[in-house]
Design a binder for this molecule. Structure first.
Ligand code: GLC
Length: 599
């Protein structure tokens, strides 16, 4: 831990400890636990002033949790066209890869779009209950329909529908009144209904060719001016899918946002390497800490816009786990809801967000102002963050034998307690901290344990194998020779992205992991990969003990048993994996999995 970023985060922690202490005194609190900062409006102002940041920066960097709303004319169709359901991204229903709806037929739908049940306060209330700190809503998606009153184009919710209200205006007003940040998604390149828009009609009503340049001047620029001037201070503009749009266009859009809203951020999807932060791929949570300023995004259904055929809702546990892991990897998290055609968020999605939000309210330190995990990756039972110099462990897999093993703790530990509760006994076994936890998890969703270290936190981030739980160690923690580790993405359903880092192994390539093992014994070793063929593999432990076997094929990533290895001494060991037959490069190795055999 010696680079500038680390120094910066240490400084930040120190300032924050002082701030937390001051707030604790102000609130008349005393030990044992300081009052948590939950980023109330006053706290946000105070932090912004102390750290010389804008409110927008504090919401993004410290709020760590936001609501994404995909709401547009597509919401009226709810993933169905002429009686047929189209699965995946319902906001793409018009597109030729989905229902392929002709422009005039799609635009005609506006005449009967009436989300009369939409209630801005209700949706802002849901974001608050969920523990989210700002909302980003689609002001215009790829289909070109604006959800605000626009003078630049009357294909908008106020002018073209019986609803007749400026929905974005209502939401922005409610956000400002309720102390929630607001920002807008805007599809700057793709516009499937405006002449000249990216992937849209290339001629106007008279059959005259229209260029992207003309579209950009006539619709995109004036609408971006509108959304950055009409709705008060905004959090950010979330541009999307720049495709082949030139750098000049991206620059111009960034300049408009900064001219009208000097403190607002711009998403990286403005294109051409611009933007204030990076948005990762849809649904992507990296396996290892990722430096820089970034955001992870996910959905409550399969796609972004509401689909009535889609009953694959995300559980509260999924929402929570994705939030906690994103924050622990160093990002901020945005979870999407797609209101239905009436303007309501269906209870399956709303209740799951609320349930996860109740957890956030019980354990604010695990989310707000939380710094990334000092372990740099998740742990077998859950994940960790640092907040005001203390470590918060979120335990999804609560140990049933009453012992929680925490690897790589070089510090002496001052105290260990259940978050918001009693002190726990602990002992050290080498650098493993063994905590006596109650057999019953103290939280119905995920227990949180607070560690207070003696002095500056000093964690050994070597991949560690839990003595009880199955431990998957990703390829990013290995040294790989003869193959590159890449992040590959693929779609399960239309728009349902998955990402996984992997190394394409073949004969002669080697992946080596150093692992820290607390308890000697036999370990069941599995390889996590996908491959069209069966191959033979060898695992070598500490350069001496080898096992070989063939492992099966599978078209999806899964665990393939290679055999048991024996560990005689606790401590660090090197495990080397080689593919010993097959030169066709078809294996994508994603990780190693070790589970201690209970004998
Ligand atoms: C993709 C899709 C889009 C969705 C977005 C959210 O870019 O085109 O429909 O709005 O992801 O991240």
């Amino acid at each position: 831990m010696h680079n500038d970023t680390d120094n910066h985060s240490i400084m930040k922690s120190i300032t924050r400890s002082a701030l937390a202490a001051a707030m604790m005194l102000a609130a008349g609190c005393s030990a044992p636990q300081e009052k948590a900062i939950t980023l109330t409006q006053d706290e946000i102002q105070e932090i912004a002033a102390k750290e010389g940041k804008s409110v927008q920066d504090v919401l993004f960097d410290d709020g760590n949790y936001a609501m994404f709303i995909h709401f547009g004319l597509y919401s009226k169709l709810e993933g169905e066209w002429k009686g047929k359901a189209y699965y995946g991204n319902a906001e793409w229903i018009m597109n030729e890869n989905q229902a392929g709806i002709p422009v005039d037929e799609y635009m005609a739908e506006a005449a009967t779009f009436n989300p009369s049940e939409f209630n801005a306060d209700e949706i802002v209330g849901l974001a608050k209950d969920a523990g989210m700190k700002y909302i980003i809503i689609t002001s215009k998606h790829h289909e070109g329909f604006a959800m605000f009153k626009s003078d630049a184009c009357d294909f908008n919710i106020a002018d073209a529908t019986p609803f007749g209200r400026d929905l974005i205006g209502e939401l922005a007003e409610s956000c400002h009144r309720n102390g929630i940040g607001i920002g807008f998604y805007y599809s700057q390149f793709q516009d499937w209904t405006a002449p000249g828009g990216g992937r849209g009609p290339q001629t106007d009503a008279e059959g005259r060719p229209v260029s992207f340049e003309e579209y950009f001047r006539a619709k995109c620029v004036p609408q971006v001016e509108e959304i950055t001037t009409k709705y008060g201070d905004i959090e950010l503009i979330w541009f999307d899918t720049p495709a082949e749009m030139g750098a000049g266009y991206s620059r111009e859009l960034v300049d408009i946002v900064k001219k009208n809203q000097p403190n607002a951020l711009v998403s990286s999807r403005v294109g051409n390497g611009m933007g204030d932060y990076e948005t990762l791929g849809d649904m992507e949570v990296p396996a290892v800490n990722t430096p820089g300023r970034w955001e992870g995004i996910d959905v409550t259904q399969v796609g972004w816009g509401f689909s009535k055929a889609d009953h694959r809702f995300k559980t509260p546990e999924y929402v929570l786990k994705t939030l906690v892991s994103t924050v622990a990897r160093g990002g901020t998290f945005m979870m999407n809801v797609g209101p239905d055609k009436t303007g309501k968020v269906v209870p399956e999605a709303a209740d799951a967000l609320r349930k996860a939000g109740e957890w956030v309210k019980r354990h604010p330190r695990a989310i707000y102002m939380a710094e990334p995990s000092p372990w740099l990756h998740s742990l077998a039972w859950g994940d960790a963050v640092v907040n005001s110099g203390k470590v918060y462990l979120t335990i999804f897999d609560w140990p049933s034998d009453g012992k929680l093993y925490v690897p790589g703790v070089r510090n002496a530990i001052k105290s260990v307690r259940i978050d918001g509760g009693r002190k726990l006994k602990f002992s050290k076994e080498g650098s493993w901290l063994c905590i006596d936890v109650p057999v019953r998890c103290p939280d119905e969703m995920a227990g949180v344990v607070e560690l207070t270290p003696e002095g500056e936190l000093d964690i050994d981030s070597t991949a560690a194998v839990d003595p009880v739980l199955e431990t998957i160690i990703p390829i990013e923690s290995a040294k790989v020779e003869g193959a590159e580790v890449i992040r590959a993405g693929w779609m399960e359903n239309f728009g349902e992205w998955r990402t996984k880092a992997n190394a394409r192994m073949s004969e002669g390539t080697v992946a080596r992991w150093t692992v820290d093992i607390a308890k000697p014994g036999f370990y069941d070793l599995n390889l996590e990969y996908r491959s069209a063929d069966r191959h033979e593999w060898r695992a070598t432990v500490d350069g001496t003990q080898s096992i070989e076997h063939s492992c099966g094929s599978s078209s999806i990533y899964s665990l393939h048993p290679l055999g048991w290895i024996r560990i005689d001494e606790p401590g660090k060991h090197e495990i080397e994996i080689r593919q010993i037959t097959g030169a066709d490069n078809d294996v994508e190795l994603g990780g190693l999995c070790l589970t201690r055999v209970n004998m």
